[in-house]
Design a protein around this ligand. Sequence first.
Ligand SMILES: Cc1ncc(COP(=O)(O)O)c(C=O)c1O
Length: 428
Amino acid sequence: MSQSDILFDYKHIWHPYSSIINPLPCYSVISAKGVYLKLQNGRNIIDGMSSWWSAIHGYNHPILNKSLKKQIKKISHVMFGGITHPSAILLCRKLIKLTPEKLDCVFLSDSGSVSIEVAIKMLMQYWKSLGQNRTKILTIRNSYHGDTFAAMSISDPENSIHKIYKKFLPKNLFANAPTSNFNQEWNANDIISFQTIIEKNQLHIAGVILEPIVQGVGGMKFYHSIFLKKVEELCKYYSIPLVFDEIATGFGRTGKFFAFQHANVIPDILCLGKAMTGGTITLAATLTSRDIAQTISRSNIGCLMHGPTYMGNPLACSVAYANIKILETNEWKKQVINIEKELLSRLFPLIEHPRVNDVRVLGAIGVVECKQHINLELMQKFFVKHGVWIRPFKQLIYIVPPYIISTKNLKKLINVIQQSLNENILFF
Ligand SMILES: Cc1ncc(COP(=O)(O)O)c(C=O)c1O
């Protein structure tokens, strides 16, 4: 990439959550292999982010690449309206097999946010079919479900990047987030706010949507599994469908294949994305119970009103299938346990650092919550200079490395985080 390419990018291309006038610098990556991102200058840096939770087996994985090459020779894309193909069928069979028995019908879409939009449409249409006009979604504070409008409307209205769109968003219901942390003592008061809202609004609530156990963008918090159990009981009692957003947590990240398995709770609708294709191509899925799917389909509309152009893209489906086949070897379990052990023994002690408020570890997720907000530009420069790729936000430095990371490279990630805490200039 020439200097003029970099300037072109700087001047003309939007990056996530960035300004076109004064964007933060972008680092040019020319290739990637395993856990390494190769920069323009030839340096390899260790990836601590799995490209936002997705590249769980590392980059340039031979099995994933092979599946893409094989599929590309047959067909890269074909419309899904009125047409089907073997890679979508293979993948959907797998998804149904992997998920609880109740989840029996699959809607494929382009991204995590869209899978949430689809889940919300399902809920609205479900109640319409039952002759009720229910339009409210109940969720909890600190939630994050994506950047499209309906997804933003169920992301925390105060503590989220979506505050600025508040006036355009449908008003949904937000219960207090649980204060009891994962694997710590359960505080029975944690369910009161949720219970009060569900009782009061039971006839208006179309569904409950939650990120199970891990609240990601809303603060990287891990909450108590009993909260999910209580939510499930209340949803059952009031016959309100329960939707889990496993877009970030699905496919092993928390130490269980799905985070809801920590609580032994089964949702009526499940959204998947991110790691589903092992970080190669965008693809998401919304799975639902047959009862919900049939109720929607029995309405006078007769169908679910969604159908993206690239729905069921064969390349994405075939690579997702290959990714799940790798997961089925169960190697991920050992890998995630090893990462968790290392995080507990080396990252957790950073809790003693005067700049640190809290350190949280769950599966292959490590979070250092600092007392001050982080200067993203300077912190990223520091990380890259020291050979790692970590993208903090607000006061949070977190890592979600590829499962294949070696202990040596994980130590390096943690050491660099530790060093960064000693640099005043990196904090506001
Ligand atoms: C829990 C959760 N839901 C939904 C999304 C949105 O997914 P996507 O970025 O693929 O639209 C994200 C993305 O970070 C997420 O973490």
